[in-house]
Ligand binder design. Structure first.
Ligand code: ZN
Length: 387
């Protein structure tokens, strides 16, 4: 990765071939066609408020620095503006007569009406530009290190920048558009901020099975997002068909992964609803978010639910009772060792060598209270837990 400081490019050179698109509200090209001012991933031009744009021209006329500008070198004949597009578009629009500034005489002046020396001052101003070239991942790492207008780009915004093109444009229209009427429905399953690309990120994560960057790279120049949309809708439709309920714990779960793993299994939505209700009401279920995969995977893997464990008082009391009885009988205080045939048959374990176990498994309705607690040696407890 190389970064190069360029200090000899002038406003006039940037403005050569400046194109501004009124309809899209974007500065498009400059630097004799070599510079893409507003790559598709950038926000639209927002300085056209008669203040920020005028301030840029003021700075140029007064000789104040405009601040650092960042270019990404795409190839020898093409650059993209990474940071600075608002400032560049401001002076580009001024130089091409799109707005006026109020002079000291109180009269609006367009560029064409300025005194020649002022025109020259603007056009001759040299900019401070950092040019960056390298592989995509290098540029991505570099992006991370600079603060873009005070708000660092997040991962998906960086990926949008790196893979900018027709695919990203269309994908953003669908998934990054807060005006999209579907957002409300999707927000039951997806967490995050539409504008910060969290929905787009989720959609891409699902369709790419987690390989967002390679998927974006592969589809960069596609002129449609048919597959992305279809996959996303399949996941949402499947999820809302299996789970009639909408609970806040559903938001942000890996529905794409669930869909991949479980969509060929059939579920009875009414039974799912009943099971869900039962588990939500179960005091022993600590991880409510885990309920969904627990149900999808056939209600067997209780680890997902993070079942509440026996407290210390219960364990000590059960240990004392068990040990007392074992010593009287002359067998091990681990009931499984006691019925075994190896050297541990008569072993009395210390409490820290044992773990509490549900006699009747929680998944079979066994409660987490003293009547259902037994102490097993660590080996046997582990062996039982793995069954
Ligand atoms: Zn044992």
């Amino acid at each position: 990765m190389e970064t190069k400081l360029i200090t000899d490019i002038t406003v006039g050179q940037i403005c050569d071939g400046f194109v501004y698109n009124e309809f899209e509200g974007k500065g498009l090209f400059g630097l004799s066609g070599k510079l893409v001012i507003q790559p598709e991933y950038q926000r639209n031009y927002i300085y056209a408020d008669g203040k920020k744009d005028v301030a840029v021209i003021d700075s140029l006329l007064k000789g104040y620095p405009l601040g650092l500008i960042y270019f990404v070198k795409v190839n020898d004949n093409k650059y993209e503006v990474l940071d600075g597009q608002q400032r560049i578009t401001s002076f580009g629009r001024f130089v091409t007569g799109k707005f006026a500034i109020i002079g000291e005489d109180g009269i609006p002046h367009y560029f064409g009406g300025l005194a020649k020396d002022l025109q020259d001052k603007i056009m001759g101003t040299k900019l401070t530009i950092y040019e960056c070239s390298g592989t995509e991942s290098e540029i991505k790492a570099w992006f991370r290190t600079i603060n873009i207008v005070g708000v660092p780009l997040n991962d998906q915004e960086l990926s949008n920048a790196i893979h900018s093109g027709p695919f990203v444009t269309k994908a953003k229209e669908e998934f990054s558009n807060s005006q999209n009427a579907n957002i409300q429905k999707w927000s039951a399953y997806i967490s995050g901020d539409v504008k910060r690309q969290d929905y787009l990120k989720t959609a891409l994560e699902w369709v790419s099975k987690g390989n967002i960057d390679s998927y974006m790279s592969l589809h960069r120049f596609d002129d449609n997002i048919v597959e992305l949309k279809a996959y996303f809708n399949s996941v949402i439709d499947w999820t809302s068909a299996v789970f009639m309920d909408v609970e806040s714990e559903m938001r942000g779960l890996p529905w794409g992964q669930f869909y991949e793993k479980y969509h060929s299994i059939s579920y009875n939505p009414n039974e799912v609803h009943e099971k869900l209700k039962e588990l939500y009401e179960d005091f022993y279920v600590k991880n409510k978010k885990g309920i969904y995969e627990y149900i999808l995977s056939g209600c067997s893997d209780t680890k997902i639910l993070d079942i509440r464990i026996f407290d210390e008082v219960t364990k000590k009391s059960v240990y004392a009772k068990q040990t007392d009885q074992a010593i009287k009988k002359g067998v091990s205080n681990c009931p499984l060792c006691a019925i075994g045939h190896d050297s541990n048959k008569k072993r009395i374990y210390k409490i820290n060598e044992m773990d509490a176990d549900h006699v009747s498994a929680w998944s079979n309705g066994g409660a987490t209270d003293i009547s259902n607690c037994q102490m097993l040696c660590k080996t046997h407890n582990r062996a039982k837990g793995n069954k």
